[in-house]
Each structure stands twice: as C-alpha cells, then as structure tokens.
Design a protein around this ligand. Structure first.
Ligand code: BGC
Length: 815
C-alpha cells in the first residue's frame, strides 16, 4: 500500500524510548500530573526541567487553524474529507497530509486534531462532511494515506473520534449500543487499519458512550483493543471537555484531558494518587505516551525527532485545486452535456457567487482567499460569454458580517478607558484563553466593541443581528436598535459556537453608501470556567428579494444562454458540527429554481455544493449533475477546470446517495439516552442491497470524460489482476473497484464488500493492467461466539467494476 510506513520499531525508535524513560524518571508526581492536563485551549505545559517544550495541537482536518480562531491567521483550506475520500486515492491523501504538516509547522503546531474516521452510518449525521465514507476499508485507506503524509512532515495526528461518534444529537451523553461484530467490522475497522499501516502518533477519544461506558474511560476498547491487540503506541487525548472523572479516565487509558487549565487531571490527578485511588504507575504510562509524542515531534531535548529530513515544500493553492477536481463526482452526463461546448453560459445560484467551501464547527479554517464558481468561470471563459443570476437565496438566517464590513475590536476597562485594540477581519470574534489583543488581560477587560463601517452592495432593508450570550448594544447608522441581554436557548456548552444569530435591527440602506456600525459586548465570564473564551458575532443579512422574481430572472438568463449552470448548496445551518440534519432537502427554493431553469433550457448542468448527500428530485430532468462537495478555497477554479474540460472530474461516490425515505439506516436521535445500532453490520451499500432498494446513485459511481472497457480479470489467491482499455477519445483516469462476494453466504453477512481498489490512467485506445491485493481481513468476519476474527473458507466471486452496481468482470476464487 502506498500509504504504508516502514517497520514497527527502528533503532531510532529505541533510542527515543530511552530518552523518554530518562525524562520520565526525573519528573515528580505533580509535574507528571500537570503535563497530562491542557494548560489552555490548545497546548500542554512546558517542563523546562526535562527540556520539554509546550506541545501545541490544532484542528484539522482540511487545514490547520492554529491557536487563534480568526480570519487574520489564515490557512490553506483543502476540500472537505468527503471530497478527499471521493478521489479514492490514498497517495493523494498522503500529499494532502504533507501539505498540512507544512502548514502546522508554519503555525507552530505539533499535532493535528485529525483525521475524522467515523463512518457515514446515517446520511443525517451532522459531521458527515468531515468523515470519509460509509465503507470502513475506503475510510481506513484514505485515513492511512493522510496520517502517513502528516507524520512524514514530522507532525502528529489524532485519529478521531474513537469510537462510534457517528452522529451529533446529544453527543456528550448518548449511549451508542453497538454489537461487537459491528464494532469490529465497521466502526473500529478504520482505526485498526490506520494503526496497522500508518502508525498514528495519537487518537482522540469521543464524547459519546459505547455500550454503557463513556469513551474517555473505555478501558476495554482503549487499553485492551487499541493498545493491547493492535499495538498502538501513541497518545490518547480526550475530545474537548469530554473527560469526566480522574480515576476513571486515567485507568481507562486517557493520557491527556483537554482543554485546560481546569481538567480532571493536574492537581486532581496528583491528589488521586496520594489518596491511593490511582496507582502512580498508571500515571507514568500516560506520561510516557505524551513524552514519546513530544520526542517524535522534536520538542523533547536529547531525543531525535521521528523526521529529520522534511519533505519538499508543497504548493498549497495548486494542491487544493488538484484535489478538488479529482474529487468532483459527475453522477449524470446526458448527451455529453459536459464538458461545455463553446457558447453562452448562464451561471445561477447564491453559492455560485458566495462560495461555500467548507463545513462548519471545529473543522473551520480561514483561507486567505476563496475562488467562487463565478470567479473561476469568469477567468476561464471568453469575455462576454458568461452571465450571472442569483436565482434563489438559501440562507434563511443571518450570517457572520463579512462582505462590505470593515471592522476592528476595541477593548475597554470598567471605567471606559481603551486598554487595547484587536483586528476583526469579519464580524466573528473569538478569543480563547490568553489569546487577547496586546495589553489586554481578562481581569481588566470589561467591554469589547466591534466597530467600523458597512458598505452595502444592494439597496433595501438590511438585517443585523447578534450571536452570543450576555449584554449587547447594537447601533447601525446612528440608531441603537438593541441594548439588552441575550440568553442561550439550549443548555449546551457549545451553543455560542453552533447556535443561530438573533435578528436585532433592520435598517434601510443604499448600495455603495457606507454607514457606521457598532456592537458592544459586556464581558462577564464566570470565574470557574475551565477556559475563558470571549466569543460573539455581528451578523448580517442582505435585503430579501421576492423569491418568484429571483427565479424568473434566472429563467430569463437560462433561456438566453446555450448552457445553464446552476449551483445549489446547503448552508452552515444545515451542515455543521453540533447538530444533525432532520432532512436531506436543499434549503430554500433551490429545487423550484432547478426545475424552472431545466424547463427553460434542456442544457442545464447542476453543480451540487454540499459536503454530504442531499435529495435531487429533479435529477432526471437535467442534462448533467456534478457533485462538488465542499471544494475548499480553490473550488471555483477547479470547477472551471472540469466544466471546460481542461481536466476530467475524477471522483467516485464514497457514500451512497439516495432519498431519506428510501435510506435504510437513518436514525440519529437517541431514545431515553440510547441510540441502538440495530442494523448490525448492514450500513451504507450493504443495507441498500439487503433491503433490495436502488439508491439515486450507488456507492462507487462516477463518470469521467472517457469510456472504459473492462476486458479481463484473473485471480491468483488474493491477487486480482484486471485489464481494461480506454475506449474514449481522450486520456483518462479510472478507479478500478474490487468487490468480494461470498458464494454460499450466511445471511448475516453482506452480499458483497469493497475489498480493494486502484486508480489507473490510460491514453485513448490504450490498454492498462493493474494488480489489486485483497487483504486477508476481506475474507474474515468477527465471530461473536469465540470473540475473535474467523477466516471464512469457501468460494468467493471477485467482482470488478465501476461501482457496486456496475460490475463488469468477475472471477471466482476458492480460499
Ligand atoms: C470536536 C473535535 C475537535 C475539538 C477541538 C470538539 O468539539 O468534536 O473534533 O478536535 O472540538 O476543536
């Protein structure tokens, strides 16, 4: 496998281990307990007495945000994880990892809080966009490539969230009831594969409970399975605020409790040892894991880092664009609607102009620039051939004040004296821990004012709003609209991150005429907070146009063009961390818009800009459908590459797309605190097949711009050799997919499973051969009676093709 690292323990590993042991021996109980507890939102304390620097962690997975949550600390934003998985290319994931390590180093980050390898169990899962696939093998292979790449750059990873964090509803408390077979064959499988092939330096344990034990205390799954059976030697960090008890966590194999400074470790851990509740040897093991990580990333004096020669530097902008076009999945292309023929193009949709490049929550990063579809096509098409119409605006609520706003943050003390000012690239302010403007301390800080100007791009009534908890004063153009207190509607510690802004002011403004805006917040943080976070947003919404009028304008533009390209999208109120979806429909009037445009122009191409499946009820009425996922900062440029035919779309579905009504496994809402994974090993395509239902687009599906004939397959043991020919008129890339179907199948086993895949390239008329090795695990099931893997002997059909539903050549093997 391209993503596999070298041998398990090298002489350098052993030398590092000796330095770690010596450093550990020099620490007293208090220092050890302190090291296991975050000192702030993102880092561990330095211990100068052993030459240990502070270890810094940061999210992950599409970029490296760094320790500040602000647009003035930008990072390269790659396409969403669903997009990376859609490339079916672990080597490309590895290159993404190398870039992310480079970004991490640039920002002084030692450990990336990624990748997310939970599974697409239900399409409603709120963080679906942040995970790779419904298939554990594809997830594990992409994750292995990613981890190998990051670590090749000398930066650690935390494979997350261990385990079964496949939905967001009540995520802190939900008790997921998962049978051992499903755990082993599905949910643990990507973690296991990554541990085996990429030797990650970290994992993050999830918020949720599995079968009655919260994951930060799950001794069996962490100490026995992850460390014992699989030989994981990295560190185990809690998800943020997930650690609940001192003895339970440390005995359950949790090494580090984040964030700090107040955690269940630190002083509490030292006390638990002194009180005889916890053995010091248990603390030592956790410290050893942290020191080993520190040694690997090069912040423990005397230890040689795991990587001494850094990989060549990567051009992040070029890589973001390459991954995006390799990820786009062309699911329909009637009459060769794509690539575009010369002629007039009507580009339609809110997300065509205001690109939606990434999903919400902790995966958020702030790219230095974003290329929208409108930017990308304007640059790529001949002048005068492109028109633009909004068509439908799916954002039903206010968004962080951004375009047209010029803001700064002014900090004052209780007497109203200015004690410091901070930059505010947009209306979202988030200062965590000691990350405050120069000269400002939490003790002195009384109010923060976001102040500046707003220059509207449209005339009409603009809405302004506030996201955050506490006292606020909002003034627009000299009028104070709100001077009161906002209270949270929900008892969730992350409500200020994920909640909706409240509309508080409506002002009639004129396009191009700047007005003054000011939002003042009284900072009133309780003393007992584990970490002090000043966070609130000034939000804004453009004047709302009549929806029918907008559609009529788009229809007129489509009529006047040779091709209509409609970009439909979800919003960050639909896809984000912190909540699950309740349906799969496109928000607002977007379905009506597509239907109306398709009726006006038979050459309608729809670009679906979402991180996870949405329903496309009009899909048979349009010429082409291209899924662009959240395409990252260069998404619009990549879209132009693919629409014009400069490159073919390279993606294949990493997850089944179908309607919610037909989807076999959908439940994300617990009942009495429990979420039962009753479907066992039947999720994703296995469940669709079991139910005998055909989805809109099957797992593995995706078209390119050339045709392929699968000529032959030969097997020798577990080696599968496939010959295929590019039958089209241009060079292309194909993802060869190998499915393994037991011939005499016990009904408890899925009809077939993805067992291998490879990408090939060939010029027009060229033949190409590829060998895919099937892992032993593909022939095994978890036997609950003996509590062990069991190799199932017998006859298997090896089915090779373009998707789970489009199998072109088959062979039989007996094992
Ligand atoms: C998320 C993690 C993330 C952490 C730090 C949590 O809410 O679940 O994935 O790494 O926050 O931002």
């Amino acid at each position: 496998m391209a993503e596999t690292l070298g041998p398990r323990s090298t002489p350098a590993d052993e030398a590092r281990e000796a330095v770690v042991a010596a450093a550990l021996g020099k620490l007293d109980l208090d220092a050890k307990s302190r090291l296991l507890s975050g000192q702030d939102m993102w880092s561990l304390p330095a211990l100068p007495e052993i030459g240990l620097d502070s270890l810094v962690m940061s999210d992950g997975p599409i970029g490296v945000r760094g320790v500040r949550w602000t647009a003035d600390d930008p990072s390269v934003a790659l396409p969403s994880p669903t997009a990376l998985a859609a490339t079916w290319d672990p080597a490309l994931a590895r290159r993404a990892g190398v870039l992310l390590a480079q970004e991490a180093r640039r920002k002084g980050v030692h450990v990336l809080l990624a990748p997310t390898v939970n599974l697409h169990r239900s399409p409603l899962g709120g963080r679906h966009f942040e995970a790779y696939s419904e298939d554990p093998y594809l997830t594990g292979r992409i994750g292995s490539g990613y981890v190998s790449g990051v670590q090749e750059g000398g930066v650690g990873t935390t494979v997350k969230h261990f385990v079964a964090n496949d939905a967001e509803t009540d995520r802190f408390t939900v008790n997921n009831l998962v049978g051992e077979r499903a755990l082993r064959e599905l949910y643990l499988a990507p973690f296991e594969l990554i541990v085996e092939h990429a030797r990650p330096w970290g994992v993050m344990t999830a918020y949720n409970t599995v079968n009655g034990t919260t994951m930060t205390e799950h001794r069996r799954l962490v100490n026995e399975v992850l460390r014992g059976e699989w030989g994981f030697d990295g560190f185990n960090v809690s998800d943020w605020m997930a650690a609940r008890s001192t003895a339970g966590a440390v005995e359950g194999g949790l090494d580090v409790a984040m964030p700090g400074p107040r955690t269940v470790y630190g002083e509490a851990l030292a006390r638990a040892v002194r009180d005889g509740e916890v053995e010091e040897a248990t603390v030592d093991e956790a410290v050893r894991n942290v020191l080993r990580l520190a040694a690997r990333v090069g912040i423990l004096e005397g230890a040689e880092p795991a990587v001494t020669e850094l990989p060549d530097s990567v051009d992040g902008v070029a890589l973001a664009r390459e991954i995006a076009r390799r990820a786009f999945v062309l699911v329909r292309n009637e009459r060769d609607a794509l690539p575009l023929k010369p002629g007039k193009v009507a580009l339609i949709g809110a997300a065509a102009r205001d690109a939606r490049v990434l999903g919400g929550g902790s995966a958020t990063v702030f790219p230095a620039r974003t290329v929208s579809p409108l930017d990308g096509l304007t640059a790529a098409l001949p002048e005068g051939t492109l028109s633009y119409a909004l068509g439908a605006d799916p954002t039903t609520e206010l968004a962080v004040a951004d375009k047209g706003f010029v803001l700064r943050a002014v900090c004052r003390d209780a007497e109203g004296n200015v004690i410091g000012t901070g930059s505010a690239p947009n209306g979202h302010l988030q200062w965590m821990g000691s990350d405050l403007p120069a000269g400002v301390t939490h003790e002195a800080l009384h109010t923060v004012e976001l102040t500046g100007t707003f220059t509207p791009r449209t005339t009409g009534p603009h809405t302004f709003g506030i996201k955050g908890i506490g006292a606020f004063t909002l003034t627009v153009d000299g009028t104070t609209y709100f001077d009161d207190v906002q209270r949270p509607a929900k008892d969730d510690p992350f409500v200020t991150f994920f909640g909706a802004p409240e509309p508080r002011a409506r002002a009639a403004l004129t396009a191009g005429q700047p007005v003054d805006v000011s939002l003042t917040h009284v900072v009133d943080l309780p003393d007992d907070l584990s970490i002090k976070v000043v966070t609130f947003s000034l939000a804004h919404q453009e004047p709302q146009r009549d929806p029918d009028e907008l559609i009529a304008e788009a229809v007129a533009a489509a009529r006047d063009a040779d091709t209509a390209v409609v970009v439909v999208a979800t919003t960050d109120r639909v896809e984000s961390e912190g909540f699950d979806r309740t349906d799969l429909t496109l928000p607002g009037r977007q379905d009506d818009l597509v239907r109306a445009v398709a009726a006006a122009n038979p050459n309608t191409v729809v670009v679906v800009n979402s991180g996870s499946p949405v329903e496309l009820p009009w899909r048979a009425d349009v010429a082409a459908v291209l899924l662009s996922w959240f395409p990252g900062q260069e998404g619009g440029a990549a879209l132009a590459d693919v629409l014009t035919g400069a490159h073919e779309p390279g993606g294949r579905l990493p997850t089944t797309w179908g309607s919610l009504a037909a989807a076999p496994v959908t439940r994300v809402v617990p009942e009495n605190g429990e979420l039962r994974y009753d479907e066992g090993v039947f999720i994703g395509y296995s469940a669709w097949e079991k139910e005998g239902r055909a989805p809109s687009y099957p797992f593995g599906h995706g078209l390119g711009y050339t045709d392929w004939t699968y000529e032959a397959v030969e097997t020798r043991g577990t080696s599968v050799r496939v010959r295929l020919r590019n039958d089209g008129a241009r060079a292309g890339r194909e993802v060869v997919q190998v499915y393994l179907a037991p011939v005499d199948r016990d009904p408890g086993r899925p009809a077939r499973r993805l067992a291998g895949f490879a990408t090939v390239e060939a010029g027009p008329g060229e033949r190409v051969e590829v060998t895919v090795e099937l892992p032993r695990r593909a022939f095994e099931i978890w036997d609950e009676a003996s509590n062990a893997w069991s190799f199932v002997k017998g006859s298997y059909e090896i089915q090779v093709g373009r998707s789970i539903a489009d199998r072109r050549v088959t062979a039989t093997t007996n094992v």
